[in-house]
Structure formats: structure tokens, C-alpha cells
Design a protein around this ligand. Structure first.
Ligand code: C2O
Ligand code: CU
Length: 457
């Protein structure tokens, strides 16, 4: 595999220094505003973005497991907005879905988010109002919940991955309703950053043990990841520890998904270790770790992280009701018809309104939930992807498990890929009351119809 630095915008990959947001000690505001951010390398102009706390990604929010997150959203944007706390099992009223769990916060308005964080791990927050536009403009940031006794590592690094579509030469492209994106694989950018930098680099020492928290905040890109000069385990997926850490191998991280790696620096002093994106057969550095001397001895095997409360109560798929979810539409297959805003429309009429996908024959935000369950019920959902594209299905407020063909259950996750032409059955213990969105996290797909919801009463 050929290793090249990610080289975009004319092949320059210089370090980028982000301006610090106006952090005011003692306040718990999360200010969403238009900001000028040096996203592209220094020789390029700053990018006008919509950002939290003045930076892209937004400020790292960190809380202790069992503690609370409290932030007052201050909307200094020219448009309404909300904040969704992706992967957190919180009360429904704090979930940030306009029209379902709250009214959108108007320009100049405020909204106090305050919720407990029952599960440790790697999460993130982002706008959920016209998310294809607002996330693509920069409204996303990392949210970490720390275990009371974190695993022993030398460095705990949050790596927020983003994918931007920049034009002439460093402006965010305004084609958020691009029909090709909507009907194909979603909005894929031309400039990838880690923590807002094109060439993220962090010196490490040989044999150090790193915890790398990778968060895919891209609006459509699936990251295929690999490492070089590092060896270790996938310790958690979507915040939830794996019962058995897996050796790092091929990893696909869906938009919205996260993976925690715990890896030792095994490369030689003077060289660099890497987290790579494998893209069209080549490796691109998402993070470089120049290896310095002075680390200690090699460490032993990794013990699994303690399970989260979310993982202790398992869904009981045996007795569970099954509610299939059929995904139709998109380029190459096309939508014959779907119900949109109460009307049955044919594919052409739907396309004229920017609708290309349907879930169980419904497009957009259907007035009725796909299922209504009593709190504590387990639901089985065979997801039938009849389209020609993968989809990154995300359920709010819960983690789900795949019902494996062997009868067992896969790891707990909140965002999972369903490959074209495939069926993946999930089971979910719906123990959190409220109305929970269930949608594709390829944000152009969601905007083009791919969303439904589940009511837990
Ligand atoms: Cu990450 Cu419905 O959202
Ligand atoms: Cu999709």
C-alpha cells in the first residue's frame, strides 16, 4: 500500500493552527455562530463556517459517567437550530430533534440542555435542524464520557474526523440540496480533517499505549480505517465496550459512528505511526504520530473495558415482535411511489420535491411512528435494503444489537451500516420513553426522505 499524506487543495499539507474560540471561564454556554476558521492550510483564506464555540470541530465536552452535561445553546446563527447528543441515552426532551422533541431554537434564542450521561465512552453532538446544511457547515463536536476508572493508557486522544466540500478555493460549497448527492452516496467532500487539521500530528514515544477515539462526523463519507506502526485492539464501538476487544483489522466507520482503539506504538524511533484512511486503494494519513525515544517497556494484553449499563439489559429477541423496515429508492433503483406529507406520489413527483428514499413506503417525517411499543419491550427489526447504496441507520436514545445468523447478538451500537441488497436484523430493548428518530445518517439521504420514528410509551 502506498502511503501518501492527504494532499488536497493543490497538494499542500501544512499544519493548521485553529483560532481559539472565545472561551469564557465559568460559563456553560454553547454558542452556535458564523465564524471564520482557518480550515484549509495557512496559505489559503479562512473558511466561513457555522461553528460551536468558534471552532471546527466544536469544543470538547467531557463529563464523568453518571454525571451530567449542561450547556445552554445560544443561537447566534441566521437560522433556527437544535443540538442532538448522538448516542447518549438521555431523556427525550433533551434529544434535540426539531418537530419531534422540541421546537427549533430561533435566531437569537437559547435552549438549556441538561441531562445525565449513564454510559461511558465516545459520543458527539451536532445540529439536527437541516443537518445536511448545518453539519456540513461545521456544527459538530466531540462529547466524551469518562469511566470512573479509565483503562491505563499513556495518552487519550480524541480524533474527530470531518469531510468538507470546499470550492474556490476554501469556501464551504453551498449545494446542500445537491440532487446527485441525495440520490447517490450522499455528500462526499474533497477535504478531510482530523480535529480541524489537514495534517494532524502528535508526537508519541515508542511503546506508549494510546487510546484513540475516532468519531466520524462527516455528512456522508464512510471511513475505511487502518493503522501503521501501531498494534492493538478495537476496544469499543459507538461508545460501548466490546466484550472481547478485537485485534485491529479492517474497520468501516459509518457517518455518525465511533470506534475506540487502544493501541501500542510499535514503530521504530524516528519513524511515524499512522491512523490511515484507505481510499481507492491508497492510504491517507488521518493522524501521524512521530515516534520519539524514551517510552517504557512493551505492555501486556488489554483487558476489556467494563460494560456500560446500556449493555447489561439485553434485548430478548426470542419472544419479540418483529417490525420489518424496508428501504427503497435512490439512483439505479428509483422510487415507484411513496407517501409524502399525506399524499401518495409517484417517483417523479417525489424527485421534484427532493425526495428519493422511503422507509416502508413513507418518505420524510411520517405522522405515525413505524412502531409504538410499551417501555421495556424488545423489538426485532429486519432491515431490508433494496437500494443500490449502503445506509448508515441511526436510532436515537438507544443502542441496538444485530441478531446474527448464528443466533447470537452483535455488539451494542447506535449507528450501523446496511449494505446494498442486504438484510440486517437488529434487536433493540426499547426502555427509554419518548419519540425516537430512526434515520439514515447520510444526511443527504435523511433530507431526501430516509427518516421514521419509534414511540415508546
Ligand atoms: Cu447523529 Cu439523528 O443524529
Ligand atoms: Cu442512506
Amino acid at each position: 500500500m502506498k502511503l501518501t499524506r492527504r494532499a488536497m487543495l493543490g497538494g499542500i499539507a501544512a499544519g493548521v493552527v485553529l483560532p481559539r474560540g472565545p472561551l469564557r471561564a465559568g460559563t456553560q454556554e454553547l454558542r452556535a455562530a458564523v465564524g471564520q476558521v482557518q480550515l484549509a492550510p495557512a496559505e489559503y483564506p479562512a473558511t466561513e463556517m457555522w461553528v460551536y464555540g468558534g471552532s471546527a470541530p466544536g469544543p470538547l465536552i467531557r463529563a464523568a459517567q453518571g454525571g451530567r452535561v449542561s450547556r445552554e445553546l445560544v443561537n447566534d446563527l441566521p437560522r433556527p437550530t437544535t443540538v442532538h447528543w448522538h448516542g447518549i441515552r438521555l431523556e427525550n426532551a433533551m434529544d434535540g430533534v426539531p418537530g419531534l422533541t422540541q421546537e427549533a431554537v430561533a435566531p437569537g434564542g437559547r435552549f438549556a440542555y441538561d441531562f445525565a450521561v449513564p454510559d461511558a465512552g465516545t459520543y458527539w453532538y451536532h445540529s439536527h435542524f437541516k443537518a445536511i446544511e448545518q453539519v456540513s457547515r461545521g456544527l459538530a463536536g466531540p462529547l466524551i464520557v469518562d469511566e470512573p476508572e479509565p483503562p491505563e493508557v499513556d495518552r487519550d486522544l480524541v480524533l474527530t474526523l470531518s469531510d468538507w466540500r470546499l470550492i474556490d478555493p476554501a469556501a464551504i460549497s453551498g449545494d446542500f440540496d445537491n440532487m446527485h448527492d441525495a440520490a447517490h452516496a450522499g455528500r462526499i467532500g474533497n477535504f478531510v480533517t482530523t480535529n480541524g487539521e489537514a495534517a494532524y500530528s502528535q508526537p508519541v514515544r515508542r511503546h506508549e499505549r494510546l487510546r484513540l477515539r475516532l468519531i466520524n462526523t462527516a455528512p456522508g463519507r464512510i471511513f475505511e480505517l487502518s493503522v501503521q506502526g501501531l498494534s492493538g485492539w478495537i476496544a469499543a464501538v459507538d461508545g460501548m465496550p466490546l466484550e472481547q476487544p478485537l485485534p485491529i483489522g479492517q474497520m468501516f466507520v459509518a457517518p455518525g459512528g465511533r470506534v475506540d482503539l487502544i493501541a501500542d506504538v510499535t514503530g521504530e524511533v524516528g519513524q511515524e505511526a499512522f491512523v490511515l484512511e484507505i481510499f481507492q486503494g491508497e492510504g491517507f494519513a488521518l493522524a501521524a504520530f512521530p515516534i520519539e525515544d524514551g517510552g517504557g517497556a512493551r505492555r501486556g494484553a488489554l483487558a476489556a473495558l467494563p460494560p456500560n449499563p446500556a449493555q447489561l439489559a439485553l434485548p430478548q429477541p426470542g419472544e419479540a415482535r418483529s417490525v420489518p423496515l424496508r428501504i427503497d429508492g435512490g439512483a439505479m433503483r428509483g422510487l415507484r411511489e411513496a407517501v409524502f406529507r399525506g399524499e401518495t406520489l409517484d417517483g417523479q413527483a417525489l424527485a421534484q420535491q427532493g425526495i428519493f428514499w422511503a422507509l416502508n413506503g413513507q418518505a420524510g417525517a411520517p405522522p405515525d411512528p413505524m412502531a409504538e411499543v410499551a417501555r421495556g419491550e424488545t423489538l426485532r427489526i429486519p432491515i431490508v435494503n433494496q437500494t443500490a447504496f449502503p445506509h448508515a441507520m441511526h436510532l436515537h436514545g438507544h443502542h441496538v444489537r444485530e441478531v446474527l445468523p448464528t443466533g447470537g447478538m452483535g455488539p451494542a451500537r447506535d449507528t450501523f451500516l446496511v449494505d446494498p441488497g442486504s438484510v440486517r436484523e437488529i434487536a433493540v430493548l426499547l426502555d427509554n420513553p419518548g419519540d425516537w428518530l430512526f434515520h439514515c445518517h447520510m444526511l443527504s439521504h435523511h433530507a431526501a426522505g430516509m427518516g421514521t420514528w419509534i414511540r415508546v410509551v
